[in-house]
Design a protein around this ligand. Structure first.
Ligand code: ADP
Ligand code: G6P
Length: 500
């Protein structure tokens, strides 16, 4: 199997002394795929996270990683621009304005073609190719054009927008055609799959029946059909649960509480610093609860972990400024000596430390305005083997569609959010335990291994039919085949990871 995602599971970072090192890449995609890859013989094609010349393939945790290089201009136009300035806001209900620029689109196309070429060089005959997320929506059709022998699946980790929003995209047709190069398309929610199918019908006049789209294929070939259905992603329940049960982690959770002055109520927020996550709404509700005198430090405190994200993209810079200003104001107004009202930590933490944080927190605040899934919510309940703790969860997350026993909130409704937080704080112990038990059962039965099996089974049972697109010429196909042969020789000797 060949997996392709914009990012490799590890990021190359260059320290202030110029020395390079590797760290885990941010975000839910990598969290979910890491345990899936561990059990399979697979290769991963992706970007190493910084503008750089091509790096050699290397092994990490038994997976062969094939870096795709991006120039500085491509990082700006393809990654920060089209992926995160056009698609990300458009696919998240335009919480911030989406920008449309033709040079961003051109860069997106050429980087997608680079990924497609890298994939076909790595894939052996008849291999399965699993493409991930919104950054690579043209890749399925490009790969199919280059290598019709491959079985191609695509999974979208974020929402797929309603056709009324998607229709704004000047390149909407190319994106749909790009995706239809796959044999099977997976989405987080049924509504996302339906939005995609509606786009096929409304914008390209294709015929839809149930979850299947049928469209004309190459001349003389029968029509092709592609299924688009919902397979909600999840976490490695067994692995995380086992980690949370290790005595060292329990002791660390107690240490964390002690370092915060052993508050009666410890609230926690854990997010990439992204405007979709509702961090500002959460802080507003918390500030008003302090203002109302409903809560106060040192009895209650709030820890917000904010994972640095897309720091050169305008709205992310503004969000960081606003969050940090708000935290400063709240602390100035409500902190007491020895006990801050908000502890704001703008760092990445190791897995074990995250688990200890989850175990330490009485109330987990998950308040996105829009989120394809939100794995943090599932991680929190997975870690709470003690059946303690309460999850406050936005109804605009994919996770909410499964985690019915959470304390539900609408983050836009600040008054309602305050009430939900207080309901979670004051809920009787047996109510919290009952809810947590049901939440844990749901995640245990729908873990990431099950997600991956359902996706790969659906892909394996998709009908394989010949398909031709206009994205490549015969000359390009021959060039790729030459490169493929050369690369197969090179990959035989792919080195273990060495410090570059
Ligand atoms: P997204 O994919 O949009 O970032 P998810 O909630 O689905 O959102 O996934 C986020 C992942 O990042 C989770 O696995 C979470 O534990 C991890 N994470 C969030 N904040 C941090 C942090 N400060 N340090 C380390 N990991 C983090
Ligand atoms: C979300 C997206 C991923 C992305 C991650 C981190 O989880 O679905 O595709 O990798 O955020 O974002 P970044 O832009 O840093 O890769």
């Amino acid at each position: 199997m060949v997996v392709a995602a914009n990012r490799l599971p590890v990021d190359r970072v260059v320290g202030p002394d110029g020395a390079p090192s590797w760290q885990r890449s941010p975000g839910g995609l990598v969290t979910a795929m890491e345990p899936v890859m561990r059990d399979r013989a697979a290769a991963w094609v992706g970007w190493a996270g910084e503008p750089e010349p091509a790096l050699e393939p290397f092994h990490d945790d038994g997976v062969c990683l094939y870096p795709v290089s991006l120039s500085l201009a491509e990082v700006k136009d393809y990654y920060e621009g089209f992926s995160n300035g056009t698609l990300w806001p458009l696919y998240h209900d335009v919480i911030v304005q989406a920008s449309f620029h033709r040079n961003w689109w051109n860069s997106y196309r050429s980087v997608n073609l680079r990924f497609a070429r890298a994939i076909v060089q790595v894939a052996s005959p008849g291999a399965t190719v699993w493409v991930h997320d919104y950054q690579l929506q043209l890749v399925p059709a490009m790969v199919r054009a280059l290598r019709p022998d491959l079985r191609i699946g695509w999974f979208n980790h974020i929402p797929f927008p309603p056709v009324e929003l998607f229709a704004q995209l000047p390149w909407r047709r190319s994106l749909v055609e790009g995706l239809l190069g796959a044999d099977f398309l997976g989405f987080q929610q049924t509504a996302d799959a339906e939005n995609f199918l509606r786009a096929c019908r409304r914008l390209l006049g294709m015929s839809i029946k149930g979850d299947t789209v049928t469209f004309a294929s190459a001349a003389g070939q029968p029509p092709r059909t592609v299924r688009a259905s919902a397979i909600p992603i999840s976490v490695d329940f067994k692995g995380l649960d086992a980690l949370a049960r290790t005595p060292g982690i329990g002791a660390r959770a107690e240490q964390i509480r002690a370092s915060l002055g052993n508050p009666e109520v410890l609230m926690l927020g854990v997010d990439r610093l992204d405007y979709t996550k509702g961090i500002r709404h959460r802080l507003k509700a918390y500030e008003e609860l302090l203002q109302d005198g409903a809560i106060s430090p040192p009895t209650v405190t709030f820890v917000q972990l904010a994972l640095p994200s897309r720091e050169r993209v305008g709205p992310y810079r503004l969000l960081r400024e606003e969050v940090e200003r708000t935290v400063g104001r709240i602390n100035g107004e409500y902190s007491v000596l020895g006990s801050d009202a908000v502890h704001y930590l703008h760092h990445s933490y190791p897995r074990a430390e995250m688990v200890a944080m989850f175990l330490a927190a009485d109330i987990m605040l998950v308040t996105p305005l829009r989120d394809g899934m939100n794995l943090v919510a599932k991680e929190y309940v997975t870690c709470r083997h003690d059946l303690r703790g309460a999850l406050v969860l936005s109804e605009f997350t994919g996770a909410w569609h499964e985690l019915h026993q959470a304390f539900t909130c609408n983050p836009h409704d600040i008054e309602g959010l305050k009430q939900t937080i207080m309901s979670a704080v004051t809920a009787p112990e047996d109510d919290r335990r009952r809810r947590m038990k049901a939440l844990r059962r749901q995640v245990a039965h729908h873990d990431v291994q099950r997600w991956a099996s359902v996706f790969l089974d659906s892909l394996a049972s998709a009908p394989l039919k010949p398909y031709r697109t206009t994205v490549s010429s015969e000359r390009e196909r021959r060039a790729v085949q030459r490169a493929q042969r050369a690369n197969l020789r090179a990959s035989d000797t792919a080195s273990e990871r060495v410090s570059p």
